[in-house]
Write a protein that binds this ligand. Structure first.
Ligand code: NAP
Length: 426
């Protein structure tokens, strides 16, 4: 009697050495005990081996592109004899449109260790993974699948915001993953942001509670003020209130907003406070007038905007720089920032057998920032976190430092009339 299970997805398999490229080894190394119960006969073929930039092969044999030490693979399983253990936990995987076997965390016999980012100690003693998952523009099923996949791979730092309108989805994924013991709450470093319409001090608690409810958590690890500029509150849905095509802002001092955020720490709703899109004088005002030191300022940072002055200021005050748009948004920014075309970057990538994106992320880590790349694609999620097995040397960092052009992708021009607009220094 033959049972047909159809197509099953394997998430990601790391290659250790060339001998591991054999399909049998791939399954053994995948971390799924079930696969060890199987043998070659049961695996009809490996389908779609993705290497680096999703080079697809339908060959059963050893992949020829081995630049990256990461592949992900799909397999077609069929003809499992009745006696075989049926893989458990099958579920529809929206990213691939086929079936996935979930890793059972209780099974650590053969489990592939997830790729965990090292952590950095914040100025208040809490620790934050030095690489996180960006979630801007991740919505609905894409968001759900990407966050789940990211957790599965080993991401433990997730960056969201009220503005992104995906806190509810992220909250549902977290709840499910925690309930199924695939991850524990204390292992997750969850970052979200107070949106600009909630700058009135009396609205801060309301906004935070709403976000905690959506995120299904009883505390937020890090709560950032998304921007120093307050927008007029119309209702909870009007995130960019406009009248006569003009953005409606207010003159609430971000110091007052921050002081209201400090109460969230006292309440235990928030562990750490931070800023986002603040310039140096604005940070200095926070330091001069508030009690709780921000642990980070999340700003745009990539090789074309390496924020050397702000980094220097932050270093002096023991404040971390979180690097948003760390890859300079390669899919959306056309033409690509010039550094992507540089021979030097190519050479560094070749030296370490890494992609350019990986070199960029490693650079950001090596200069002391915490990048939070976003991807909706499993192979890139893995690629982006697979940057902890090498380090750039001083000369290479200097080469990449020279790519700085002060190119700013995010200028929030519609608020440029406001006295707190942070980019007028440029
Ligand atoms: N505080 C703020 O004001 C602020 C502002 C902007 C962003 N952020 C945060 O920072 C996060 C990251 O920034 P971002 O999303 O603007 O830009 P990003 O991470 O620099 O780039 C994301 C883009 O790069 C593509 N990508 C991802 N990995 C790649 C790889 N290895 N190779 C080639 N392309 C790759 C993604 O496409 P695929 O999805 O198709 O892979 C996506 O289109 C955001 O998601 C958000 O959480 C904060």
């Amino acid at each position: 009697m033959i049972q047909k299970f159809g197509r099953i997805n394997l998430p990601f398999i790391r290659l250790g050495s060339p001998s591991n490229y054999h399909p049998t080894k791939l399954f053994e190394n995948s971390g799924y005990k079930q696969f060890n119960l199987l043998n070659n006969k049961l695996i009809l073929c490996l389908e779609d081996i993705f290497l680096k930039n999703a080079i697809t092969t339908r060959q059963y044999s050893t992949p020829t592109h081995t630049k990256n030490s990461v592949i992900c693979a799909r397999a077609i399983f069929a003809e499992l004899p009745e006696t075989s253990t049926k893989p458990t936990g099958n579920s529809y995987h929206p990213l691939y449109g086929c079936y996935t076997i979930k890793r059972t965390f209780s099974d650590n016999c053969n489990k592939m260790a997830p790729t965990l980012a090292p952590k950095v100690k914040l100025n208040n003693g809490y620790e934050m993974p030095v690489l996180g998952l960006g979630t801007y523009e991740l919505k609905k099923s894409k968001c759900k699948a990407a966050v789940r996949e990211a957790l599965n791979i080993g991401y433990r730092h997730i960056d969201t915001a009220y503005l992104y309108r995906n806190e509810g989805i992220i909250g549902r994924v977290l709840k499910e993953e925690i309930e199924q013991n695939r991850v524990r709450r204390h292992e997750i470093f969850l970052v979200t942001k107070l949106w600009n319409i909630y700058h009135e001090p009396c609205k801060v608690k309301y906004a935070c509670r709403k976000q905690m409810d959506a995120l299904n958590v009883d505390y937020i690890d890090l709560y950032l003020m998304h921007s120093p500029i307050g927008y007029k509150y119309v209702d909870d849905e009007a995130l960019m209130p406009h009248e006569d095509s003009k953005l409606q802002t207010n003159d609430i001092d971000y110091i007052d907003t921050y002081k209201a955020m400090e109460e969230l720490v006292e309440l235990g709703w928030v562990r750490s406070l931070g800023l986002s899109n603040f310039n140096i004088p604005q940070m200095q005002r926070i330091l001069d007038n508030c009690t709780i030191k921000p642990v980070t300022n999340q700003v745009e940072c990539h090789p074309a905007l390496n924020q050397s002055k702000l980094r220097e200021f932050c270093l002096k005050h023991n404040i971390l720089v979180t690097a948003y748009s760390p890859l300079a948004r390669p899919k959306l920014v056309r033409p690509l920032p010039a550094f992507y075309q540089s021979q030097e970057l190519q050479q560094i990538a070749e030296k370490y057998q890494k992609s350019k994106a990986q070199i960029v992320l490693r650079y950001l880590i090596d200069i002391g920032t915490v990048p939070i790349p976003k991807s909706a694609r499993p192979e890139r999620l893995l690629e982006n976190i697979n940057v902890f097995d090498f380090q750039l040397d001083k000369d290479e960092i200097n080469i990449i430092n020279d790519f700085n052009t002060n190119l700013r992708l995010w200028r929030n021009e519609m608020a440029s009339f406001h006295s707190y607009w942070p980019f007028s220094e440029d």
